[in-house]
Design a protein around this ligand. Structure first.
Ligand code: ATP
Length: 238
């Protein structure tokens, strides 16, 4: 579904990613892990078209997307779910969700159905549909960010640290939702600092360090926090 090949990217003269490659197969959930400043957000911004790569290729279902502007990326099927703090605080819950389907605004009946599906997935959002998004709890905002992304009918979701600043119980709820989305056939790239969550959900894991993939593995027996730690800390190599 998503192929990232030798991406180099950064900000002005500051190069942050030095040849990052990985892929996400159709319907798979792949996690990108890494410490502070390792390049996780830059990877997401580059995939979402917010930062233009200076080298490398990104394809989605075989189509090059590395030159697609961010505003057209949702129409390509790739949608970034920012951290829950990035909702439109002064708009209602429902207005926020509908913003995710803005490029489909002429499909009124289908959007209404999709909105009801989001409410079925997140009953707490249905109860608070008229509330201002700025008044929601951290967990509810994260749900709102995911619900908004679903209105774009994504083939590929990029999740930016969905567990960030949430209580363990809420992290569990969000993990359950992510598992459900994957069950619906949506391919997912999960960027996380929460290794436990990634280990619980992902089929494959990649660890970024200083803008390079320091380690890649298929998730399974023998892959645990301890085995990944050395790659975070810089002792291990691929
Ligand atoms: N807008 C920017 N302009 C210049 N440098 C930036 C910018 N954004 C990030 N950087 C730098 O790029 C490097 C990687 O940052 P990035 O945000 O991608 O890391 P990260 O892995 O997401 O970290 P964190 O988990 O702390 O959010 C850091 O050294 C950071 O200072």
């Amino acid at each position: 579904m998503l192929e990232v090949r030798n991406i180099e990217s950064g900000y002005g003269r500051t190069k942050v990613l030095h040849g990052v490659s990985f892929s996400v197969s159709d319907g798979a959930l792949v996690a990108v892990l890494g410490g502070n400043g390792s390049g996780k957000s830059t990877t997401l911004k580059t995939l979402a078209g917010l930062v233009r790569p200076s080298a490398g290729e990104i394809t989605l279902a075989g189509q090059r997307i590395d030159q697609v502007p961010a505003c057209r990326m949702a129409s390509s099927g790739l949608v970034l779910v920012p951290q829950g703090k990035e909702v439109f605080a002064a708009m209602s819950v429902e207005e926020n969700i509908l913003m995710g389907g803005y490029h489909r605004r002429r499909e009124k009946a289908r959007l209404r159905d999709d909105l009801q599906q989001v409410y079925a997935l997140f009953p707490r959002l249905a109860l608070r549909r008229k509330a201002l998004a700025g008044l929601l709890s951290g967990g509810e905002r994260q749900m709102l960010a995911i619900g908004r992304a679903l209105l774009a009918r994504p083939r590929m979701l990029l999740l930016d640290e969905p567990s960030s600043a949430l209580a363990p119980k809420v992290v569990g709820e969000i993990a359950e939702v992510i598992r459900g989305l994957r069950g619906r056939g949506i391919s997912i790239l999960l960027v996380e600092q929460n290794v436990a969550m990634a280990l619980e959900l992902a089929d494959e894991l990649h660890i970024l360090r200083e803008g390079r993939v320091a380690h890649s593995c298929v998730n399974g027996p023998g892959v645990d926090l301890a085995s990944l730690q050395e790659f975070y800390l810089g002792k291990g190599t691929r």
